[in-house]
Design a protein around this ligand. Structure first.
Ligand SMILES: CC(C)(COP(=O)(O)OP(=O)(O)OC[C@H]1O[C@@H](n2cnc3c(N)ncnc32)[C@H](O)[C@@H]1OP(=O)(O)O)[C@@H](O)C(=O)NCCC(=O)NCCS
Length: 229
């Protein structure tokens, strides 16, 4: 899977993802685009260095229209002419040249934090509900990268906690985009905990969450809307 950063005519940045087959994450400032790129890993599992990210963004600034046309054709092939029209309408301009592309990681970091005493239960280990809330947030962070609408949680897969998490552990919430539907976005969330004195992080849990894109109707009730609407 490949992705690249593209520059829109208004000077802001968007992302093109082969996995999604479309443009995502529109209208990012240079700083926001930098942070977005830094949250991804390359094909070896390493995070991108700030230098590599700056090179990618410089590449996006310098690209010619030929490269842009390649991506519009990709979108047309995958999603039909209508989608390609959408891509053209947002006015994203040329993608970075092939040599600046990086391999899109299977997953990237949505949240990383140290667990604090307020997160523990009366046995002294972390309360499952505290992790559930963070899992939901991490998935929503990923989902919001793919739509301009608000998202609400519609479905969460059964969840098992395979390892306890203790106060002081550094817990990382990884997210992977699974699917973009009509009104839904499915995201996989995995948690790993790094414990003091242990080199390898332990896998704590993994789940899939379905978010639905919504907006308020005239009566103030939430109604589902197309992800790309
Ligand atoms: C979100 C909401 C407006 C959606 O309305 P709805 O009529 O129930 O919508 P649907 O049943 O058509 O489902 C919408 C999408 O979710 C998907 N979906 C629904 N239930 C699912 C399930 N169990 N597994 C996988 N996908 C599911 C549908 O396939 C559909 O996706 P698509 O449009 O991409 O094909 C409504 O369910 C709602 O308000 N739910 C409460 C959300 C909330 O408050 N969450 C926070 C916790 S309280």
């Amino acid at each position: 899977m490949n992705w690249c950063i593209v520059r829109q005519p208004n000077g802001l940045y968007a992302r093109y993802s082969d996995a999604v087959g479309d443009f995502t994450c529109f209208n990012k400032t240079r700083e926001e685009a930098t942070n977005l790129c830094l949250s991804y890993r390359d094909g070896t599992g390493a995070t991108l260095t700030p230098e590599v990210v700056q090179t990618m963004l410089d590449g996006a600034d310098q690209c010619g229209l030929e490269g842009w046309q390649v991506q519009v054709d990709n979108v047309r092939k995958r999603k039909g002419a209508e989608r390609a029209g959408d891509a053209a309408r947002i006015g994203a301009v040329p993608p970075s040249p092939p040599e600046l592309r990086v391999v899109e990681p299977d997953r990237h970091i949505a949240i990383r934090r140290i667990l604090m005493p307020r997160d523990q239960n009366h046995h002294g280990v972390v309360f499952g509900g505290a992790l559930l809330a963070e899992i939901d947030l991490a998935g929503a962070v990923e989902a919001r990268q793919h739509t301009r609408h608000d998202v609400v949680t519609r479905f969460m897969n059964g969840i098992e906690f395979k390892q306890p998490v203790s106060i002081g552990d550094v817990v990382t919430f990884y997210t992977t985009l699974v699917k973009i539907g009509n009104t839904s976005i499915t995201v996989k969330v995995e948690i790993e905990a790094s414990r003091n004195g242990e080199e390898a992080p332990v896998a704590v849990t993994c789940t899939e969450i379905v978010y639905v894109t919504v907006q308020k109707n005239a009566e103030g009730n939430l109604q589902k809307v197309p992800v790309r609407g």
